[in-house]
Design a protein around this ligand. Structure first.
Ligand code: ZN
Length: 219
């Protein structure tokens, strides 16, 4: 099997996401660029239950320069949401792992007239600001473009209205942390707003925390 290590990493990540309740049924998908070839990525397959899945079931895709994606290996065809993942990998060479979920609280926080998601605890500041993308048909090139444009040069997470969230990172660990902390941020926000006790971190504290995180990473 080619790209075994990357396919195994994608498989372990999707099982962890299912285990943590971030993904139900066959919703959500995870993708990772291979270290062997930056134009090749491995992504969870379309419409297949994640329990009992093996590394061979993870689809291998060649991301061509003209924007086309070619399924080159794997027992099942790639997730229909591949364009979102490949567009971010194309535009951001430093990003190697991408995660998309329909996690409940993140989805709730993308609704309403002026949706916003702010950090509640210091570790969440690594992944903010979290911007919101308006609804666009899943699997389309349009949603792929909107997500990649909204993330911009530095963004790690965005929410997609009436759909879910999209996270990315330099490696799978960072992309998974982005997903877990964003859902945690969203869950805390939903409960605190329900109780009437919502109080996100002050902007100055968020910025100070981000400087600390950046300095620690630079060491
Ligand atoms: Zn989706």
């Amino acid at each position: 099997m080619n790209y075994e290590k990357t396919r195994q990493t994608v498989l372990e990540a999707i099982l962890e996401a299912v285990d943590k309740g971030l993904i139900n049924g066959t919703s959500g998908n995870i993708c990772m660029r291979t270290p062997e070839d930056p134009t090749i990525c491995c992504i969870t397959p379309s419409g297949i239950s994640y329990s009992g899945m093996t590394a061979e079931d993870i689809a291998v895709v060649k991301m061509h320069e003209d924007g086309k994606n070619e399924w080159i290996e794997g027992n099942f065809k790639p997730s229909s949401e591949l364009p979102m993942h490949s567009e971010v990998l194309r535009r951001r060479p430093e990003i190697n792992a991408t995660v998309h979920t329909h996690s409940m609280n993140a989805t709730i926080c993308a609704m309403g007239e002026n949706p916003e998601l702010r950090p509640i605890t210091p570790p969440q500041c690594e992944f903010t600001p979290v911007k919101i993308v308006g609804f666009t048909m899943p699997g389309s090139n349009e949603v792929a473009d909107k997500v990649a444009t909204t993330l911009g040069d530095k963004g790690l997470v965005c929410l997609i209205k009436n759909h879910g969230m999209f996270s990315c990172g330099e490696n799978m660990k960072q992309a998974m942390h982005a997903t877990i902390y964003t859902e945690e941020m969203a869950q805390t926000t939903v409960i605190a707003k329900t109780l009437g006790t919502y109080e996100p971190m002050p902007r100055e504290a968020e910025e100070a925390m981000q400087e600390l995180i950046a300095a620690d990473k630079a060491v």
